[in-house]
Design a protein around this ligand. Structure first.
Ligand SMILES: [Fe+2]
Length: 385
């Protein structure tokens, strides 16, 4: 029986040179803009001064908040919101990777709602925020089209999330020219974030035939283009920017699941890049789901593979090709932490219980143990059985 809801508000502008549209997009939503970005790339690449000029030329007053760190903290969001409120800002422009965009979205909400960021975390739903214009500079996050802002509670060492319809940017501006500046390692990491979004959305209990369209197409494009994009192909990077947006639409509908749920620990406690954390878990999570549901076989079939084992093998091969570390152990996380990792997983139930299969504590431990052993060992064991 077919039954679903699909809601995707916001304008999406895609194309080389589209960054020049930021000013015009902002002026249709406000008069005083806060430009939210990271600490270095926007300034060093020269994009920051171009964006400020574009916004000014459109007739807006503009203030810059360029203090967003990787995995932005609640405190950073609070500082940004204070600056925005003191300047009477009425539109927020986010320029950067997932961290800058998520911070921009949270700042936009906090200015409108007041209080501190922790007052508005999931399970609360953000129903009001200043309008956001989002321009991604990496090819993975999808944040420019989602209702999520993932932040870090630095005191607790945990990833936390604000979510709600008001956080979906009013305009997403995707300019493939900005991806020329991405180092290959960043393309690899963020590309695996996007691949995880696509595959997890397909394996979500909220997946629908419509979200599957976005998920499958995103996965197909990423599997075919990520390695070339990492090596520097401009065409492949353009495809990756498009595919990461598609994967963003897929998770905006269906939500992420076990890969994100288990990967957050690695980022929150060990500063493993979010996309790399996902990459380290993805094959092991796929193998876990495949043993419990035929959805992984169906996904493999939709992507043109013979069976799920072939899909897992391809994901492992791609991870090797783009230089993702072999295992959780190889990024320096001690295996003695596994009890703590399993305990912390309870905190990420929102993601874990969103999957088509909900793992027991023992199963979570087994997935982590497999990720500690690494991809090669996983493939060996799959081929033996
Ligand atoms: Fe992600």
């Amino acid at each position: 029986m077919l039954s679903f809801t699909f809601e995707q508000s916001g304008r999406i502008v895609f194309g080389r040179g589209s960054l020049g549209e930021v000013g015009r997009a902002a002026v249709s939503h406000g008069t005083r803009a806060l430009l939210v970005t990271g600490r270095s790339f926007a300034a060093s690449s020269g994009f920051l001064s171009k964006l400020v000029a574009s916004i000014r030329e459109a007739g807006l007053e503009v203030h810059v908040f360029s203090e967003v760190e990787p995995n932005p903290s609640l405190r950073t969001v609070e500082r940004g919101a204070r600056l925005a409120a003191s300047k009477g800002v009425d539109v927020v422009v986010g320029f950067g990777g997932g961290s800058a965009l998520d911070a921009a979205k949270a700042i936009a909400a906090l200015v409108k709602l007041g209080g501190s960021p922790s007052d508005h975390l999931y399970p609360k739903s953000v129903e009001a925020a200043l309008p956001v214009i989002a321009a991604p500079t990496t090819t993975g996050t999808g944040s420019e089209v989602t209702r999520y802002s993932v932040l870090t509670d630095a005191d607790a060492g945990r990833k936390v999330v604000m979510q709600g319809p008001a956080l979906v940017p009013k305009v997403a501006i995707l300019d493939p020219d900005v991806t020329d500046y991405m180092p290959g390692r960043l393309v690899a990491g963020t590309g695996f974030d996007a691949l995880s979004h696509a595959l997890e959305a397909f394996l979500s209990r909220r997946a629908s035939p419509l979200s599957d369209l976005f998920a499958v197409e995103a996965a197909r494009l990423i599997l075919g283009n990520l390695a070339k994009a990492v090596r520097g192909s401009r065409e492949a990077r353009e495809v990756m920017l498009y595919a990461s947006m598609l994967a963003g639409v897929a998770i905006n509908q269906a939500g992420s699941t076990l890969v994100h749920g288990l990967g957050y620990y690695l980022t929150a406690r060990h500063e493993v890049h979010h996309g790399v954390a996902n990459a380290l878990l993805l094959p092991h999570v796929l193998a876990f789901y495949a043993q419990r549901t035929d959805r992984v076989d169906r996904l493999a079939e939709r992507l043109g593979f013979r069976d799920w084992v072939e899909l897992v093998a391809r994901v492992c091969e791609l991870a090797d090709e783009v230089g993702i570390p072999e295992s959780v152990a190889s990024v320096g996380v001690p295996e003695s932490e596994i009890d703590e990792m399993v305990r912390e997983a309870a905190f990420y139930r929102r993601n874990i219980e969103n999957g088509v299969v909900v793992p027991s504590e023992e199963e979570i431990r087994a997935v982590y143990a497999s990720a500690f052993r690494g991809r090669r060992e996983l493939l060996r064991s799959l081929r033996r059985s």
